[in-house]
Design a protein around this ligand. Structure first.
Ligand code: PEP
Length: 263
């Protein structure tokens, strides 16, 4: 269902009226985790000023350590809904288990499946039965074929509104958190009609890599970017090292707009 053999034309997916697909460069930005109403609103304003059309933010956080901040849960979803009402930005947020799909879908405009859950087949089937678009991140140790098969699990349940997100894979290199597999962008686009975007924040895990990886993603044909921003990255409860703040965002927005105009 997700292959170009089945559907030769590449698809455009709409999220709260915002298109993602060929001929668009859709920026989704916001905090890694929703922490407080003030922090989320400030991050959304930064994201909006930098040209982001959609707001990201995790309320349910799948953290490596059980002692790390796990997210605010439903309180975080309410904050996202309030910030959407204030800014007009549709909300993209992660769902981590099948039992909470209906709850998350009742607040979100797009359901994110994170790298750790790319092969959680019960979760894929549950979002496949939901009536919201899905952002499917690539598993950190998954092949492109496994990623597309995960999308197939969602599509098979009737939901074809899926956007693929390359977010870096595990390699032997430890200088960056993950290794952005830039070749995966054109390969996935050749094999599948689904839009493909890139997350430069989780790929590199470092603020200084966000701009170069974003530029590489656009040059490779990515149809969007997913970027972590925070009004005070030093105080972030999750992944502060990769979050952009106001000056970095303005610079990134300027260069991405200029590069996108050249292509
Ligand atoms: C995220 O985008 O908040 C996230 C946890 O990303 P990933 O699943 O790619 O690690």
């Amino acid at each position: 269902l997700v292959s170009r053999e089945h559907h030769p034309e590449r698809s455009v997916i709409e999220v709260g009226g915002v298109p993602i697909g060929p001929d668009f460069l859709t920026v989704i930005a916001g905090p890694c985790a929703v922490e407080t109403p003030e922090q989320t609103l400030a991050a959304a304003r930064l994201a909006r000023a930098a040209g982001a059309a959609l707001l990201r933010g995790g309320a349910f956080k799948p953290r490596t350590s059980p002692y790390a901040f796990q997210g605010l849960g439903e309180e975080g979803l309410k904050i996202l809904a309030d910030v959407r009402a204030e800014t007009g930005m549709p909300v993209v947020t992660e769902v981590i288990d099948p039992a909470s799909v209906d709850l998350v879908a009742s607040y979100a405009d797009m359901l994110q499946i994170g790298t750790r859950n790319m092969q959680n087949f019960a979760l894929l089937q549950a979002v496949g039965a939901a009536s919201k678009p899905v952002l499917l991140k690539r598993g950190m140790s998954s092949t492109i074929e496994e990623w597309l098969m995960a999308a197939e699990y969602i599509a098979q349940r009737g939901n074809l509104d899926i956007v693929l997100c390359e977010r870096g894979i595990r390699t032997f290199e430890r200088a960056s958190r993950n290794t952005l597999d830039i070749g995966a962008v054109p390969i996935a686009q050749r094999l599948s009609h689904l839009p493909v975007i890139v997350d430069p924040s989780h790929s590199g895990g470092r603020r200084d890599l966000v701009r170069p990886l974003s530029l590489a993603a656009i040059a490779a044909g990515a149809e969007g970017l997913l970027i972590d921003v925070h009004p005070d990255p030093g105080a972030a409860l999750c992944d502060g090292d990769q979050a952009l703040s106001a000056p970095d965002i303005a610079e990134l927005a300027d260069t991405t707009a200029r590069l996108a105009a050249l292509l």
